[in-house]
Ligand binder design. Sequence first.
Ligand SMILES: [Zn+2]
Length: 409
Amino acid sequence: MLFQIIATFVWWMMLSITAAQSNTCPPTEYGPPSGVIQSPGFIQHLNYGNDINCVYNIRVADGSHVLLTVNSFVTEQCCDRLIIFDGPSTQSPVIISWSGRVSPGSYAESTGNVVTVIFRTDNTVNAAGFSVQYAPTHSQYTTTTTARPSLQIIDWRNKTTYWGSRPSPNDIHTLVLHHTQEPTVEATMDALNRSQLSVHYIAAKNGTIYQLVDDSNRAWHAGAGTWGDYQNMNDISIGIEIVNSGDEPFPVIQEKAVAALSQIIVTKYNILPKNIVSHADFGLARKIDVSGYFDYKLFYAELGLFPGLFITNLPVSDQKKVLYQESNSFNAAVTIIQQHLHQYGYALTADGFFGNDTELVAEAFNRHFCPEIFFKESIDAQGDDVRHWQNKRWYGISQERLDYLIAHT
Ligand SMILES: [Zn+2]
């Protein structure tokens, strides 16, 4: 009998532990003058629960901005996030997206008196959640640390007819970065039309974004190539063309605009960090964009992705040490590298030979992840791309970066 009582008690305890979560959204509407929004169950000290999609519509007094300040914030890093939109709907620009641990006192500010906030969680791991205060303010962006000015997106959807329907409009899994080779947005638009090609967005050098094709439609920008399990990239990707010759650095304002646009896209479609790719990552022999001048370190930092990726523990001599290069002999260690590159997404067979295919993947990988050793491409007098054979080798820094990526994806 005693055993039964204890067993029942243990069963009840287990039930109450597993049931200590909530997935019922709090109210949706929040008005002036100020107040607090919270994740489901926050007041009852419950975890928020899985598969949540809560909306909070916040309005403060006319003529003021909304200042959101974190009281407490803990969610599953990566997958459970609070997204704050600068206006009355989720079509408005994203001000900021918070996930993981956000320090109390962190804040974001809108440009108008209305914001839309969504809290979205995935189907695993949940945590205590958040409490965020909202209040009216008359301060400006310059006084904040986490907010950034909203993007300017210009509608150019009437300038192209070279696009189609996606086989499945909601299946958007990759973001592809290109550079245009053309000097301006207008020249890029002309070049695309001449080639009967298109892309979803073009990012001008001053950071202005031009939208050519709706996200839900299939733009013609990716061509042949495979990334991970994805075979037809145009079916499942969104493309951004960045105005740049391929032979010059990118202005920081342009890189930040690309990052801000990417953050909106990645958040909206739940695109995994490893599925943000350069065109050349899957167009291996054909493509060299986005060029080695593109600052992926800044880009990932703006998106809060892969923290520490670009911090190296290697002395310079080891970073630049050639571990493997073109060879006709089998090497078991090369097989492991090939397996890991394939696991990350690169189209590569693990055969143990550092042959032409492996050289091309090493070049794309180094261009994307190893600015320390990469020789930037240039354009020669005939207008051809100059590629450097040194980029096709596997270096100490290449190995360190790949090890990080495999451990963090
Ligand atoms: Zn391209």
